[in-house]
Design a protein around this ligand. Sequence first.
Ligand SMILES: [Cu+2]
Length: 157
Amino acid sequence: MKISPNSIVAVIALLAIGLGIMYGLTLQNQNVSGTYGSTNSPPKSSSVQSTSTESSPINLSVKKVGLDYKWTNATNGAETPQLNLNTKMNNTIKIQNPTDTKHELIVDLQGKQVASSGDIAPGASGQISFMPNGTGTFSYHCQYHPDTMKGTIKLTS
Ligand SMILES: [Cu+2]
C-alpha cells in the first residue's frame, strides 16, 4: 500500500497538536502551583514547531520618557534592551503596550524588515515569532517611533 504525502502531513499535524496540548496542560499545572505568572499562555497548538526548538520568550514593554517612547525590558525595566536571540530556534518576543498610543515592533536584518508584530493598540499586547537562520546584523525598531524606539539584537548559535 502506498502512503500518500497528505496522510503523513496529517499524522505530523496530529502529533504537533498532541504535543501542544500536553505542553499547555503542563503550563496550566505550573500556574496552579504558582511558579508561573498570569501572563503565561499556552503556545498555539497548531504550531508545527517542536517545543525543543523554542527558546524562552523575551518580554518587552513600552514606557513614555519625557516626550519620547522607549522599549523596555518588561522583566527588569531596563530601557532599550539588547535582545538576545538564538539562531536555528524559534524566538518569540512578547510585547505589552501600557502607553496611550499604538506601537509596532519591526525586526530588521541589514536594515530590511524580516518580522513585524503588527499594530499594538494602547492597552493591548502582541508578539513576534521567527527563526533567524544565519548571520548578519539584526536590529529592531518601532514603526511609529523609529528614532527613539530602536535597539540592537545579538544572535547566539
Ligand atoms: Cu512606538
